[in-house]
Design a binder for this molecule. Sequence first.
Ligand code: CDP
Length: 783
Amino acid sequence: MAVRQTELRPLGKSVGRKEDPRFIRGKGRYIDDIVLPGMLYMCLVRSPYAHARIKSIDTSEAMQAPGVKLVITGEDLAAMNLAWMPTMANDQQMVLATGKVLYQYQEVAAVIAETREQAVDAAQLVYVDYEPLPVVVDPFKALEPDAPILREDREQKSNLIFHWEAGDKEATEELFRNAPVVVKQDVRFPRVHPSPLEPCGCIADYNTATGKLTWYVTSQAPHAHRTVLSLVSGLPEHQIRVISPDVGGGFGNKVPVYPGYVCAVVASLKLGKPVKWIETRTENTTSTGFARDYHMTAEIAAEEDGRVLALRVKTIADHGAFDAAADPSKFPAGLFSIVTGSYNFKEAFVEVDGVYTNKAPGGVAYRCSFRVTEAAYLIERVMDVLARRVGVDPAELRKRNFIRKEQFPYKSPTGWTYDSGDYEKTLALALEKIGYEELRKEQAEKRARGELMGIGISTFTEVVGAGPSHTFDIMGIKMFDSAQIRVHPTGKVIARLGVRHQGQGHETTFAQIIAQELGLSTDDVIVEEGDTDTAPYGLGTYASRSTPTAGGAAALCARRIREKAKKIAAHLLEVGEEDVVFDGVAFSAKGLASRTVTMKDIAFAAYTNVPEGMEPGLEATYYYDPPNLTFPHGAYIAVVDIDKGTGAVKVRRFLAVDDCGTVINPMIVEGQVHGGLTEGFAIAFMQDIPFDEDGNCLATNWMDYLVPTALDTPKWETDRTVTPSPHHPIGAKGVGESPNVGSPAAFVNAVVDALAPLGVEHIDMPIFPWKVWKILREHGVTE
Ligand code: CDP
């Protein structure tokens, strides 16, 4: 049950969400709700071909169509030096195609008209003459010597984007050479899409009188977007105001800058009018940042009893036509090298090859700390393969291999320093709560009757909170984050942060942190994010980084205010500063509990009665550069039953025990876990974006890219352990992604466990019923 916002000491309580009254009454304000006077609408013309030379573009008829104000092509942008834009992964991407197109649905022209309908109609009148070219959709074929070179703008003779390595190759090889047991498994993480309910969109509003551009955009990182826009357009950064209003879901989809954004800005600059562009669902699914698409091979070297020695991983990363992955600069494959997971490997060696294909660009961190989901899925899947090979129960195998509590801070063989964890405790709680032993007994009985029941475990480690400035930057901008707090004379607070939530509840949780530190209630604190003219600079919300970075900034900023408050309290109490104590609610004179002043008294005094020589006012700004990332973990267990007639998998139970350190708001954390598990469930059982040989995208909207309904979604059970982060100001670790990161392996492990008596060792996601049905048929289980 949610508690009232007026309670003092709110940290750790399920305070009701401040943002809900507006959301549940339909009063949120999203991009498409904003209508400006004289606003025009933009529609993009897109390529029907996955690879084709552009022979000519005829825009004359479209220009004559009713209401049309402007048509922009790649050649027009080239004349402004804007035909290409930088991606966050140090690549460049076409804004509007010049010369050729590289994927189906690529942006070719932009039509701006008085109404949305007029823009859509006129877009049909832009005639593009294409000459089809050979298409490459398979990343393995893209690496073959005779494959057509897709990116003619790059001076290279192959479609390889990058080769990246982590760990010690020689030491790993040595352990493999002498290992009693070696298991190997190919694992594919399909191409999926974050699919927020609200697609991408923006309004560019250039004011010809002031020279200021106001850019309303559904953005997870408004400050970073402003900097990129300034660099791309040449407009001075202080003349750009980015406003990210309520965001209808992001999940990583709203981190990159998309061609439509640049076109809307160019159109507004040219026409001196506001220009709105809102994607359709199909445009969102087919052209904006996809996620995953990793083809991985993992090998584990182990002792005969299943104790692991070394891990070797080779991966082909399909990035599509441009590497538009949203990774920190030094990490072309994100934080994938966390792939040794929760286990005490002596050595590991990880390689990733990034490859161009004729598909939409991306590689975004879909509810994932930059490729951690792929890593967690791979290691959790392959640990099960090992368990089966050595004949050890998968729970027992994990226990044998866990990094022990006393090993923290733990240095992994690929270079990460895990801050804290207690894997044994978390798994023990999960096993007890789900009734593991009874379930195994039930399974044995069912197997004897020929029924198919499976139990799948995933004991994953996450790495979130990018990040410490010594290692993490995006396009050179360091990844710390910020908070600014102003306490007004009546003790009411406005706090502004550099991150931008998309439904995670920051207006409540960050208010809780600040209220806790200042002796106020959540009701006294308003949290604002998403306006670059008012909020301090920050890198935004994705990769579960808000709590580890901005959450830390909020606590330390409030403590900065408390330091000054203490001086004012001493003045009001007429004692020395060293004699003032704060009990979380009020300041009192040591030994004289009856003489107290509250933050409200102090706030008033800060503007009316400060000690002599003190600067009036009560506000502070804090840029928090975290010393390390945080390492949440979890133990997830899925129980499934498989229908032998149809191959349908029923998730009968799913338990998620998470450890995200200190919990700010248990109800919000539970909500985050429910949402992430539902996404993980969809990835495991329903979602993939396939292409045919001609590069036609075969999942273009929610008719064939499936999104689970309430009816499809299993009932989630949750619990938690608490291992505080030793370096975070309040001990909190991120949590938003853990369920998406940890759950796919639990689902797949459960299905494989159910089918193990048939000799099945692995099934690639998504586990559609027909895939299971085919296996059952092949083994004569069903007709
Ligand atoms: O960056 P993002 O907000 O997506 O992820 P997060 O930092 O994991 O936070 C998601 C939500 O859960 C926020 O409202 C957090 O403040 C809240 N949270 C919490 O209450 N306790 C934690 N230990 C971690 C997150």
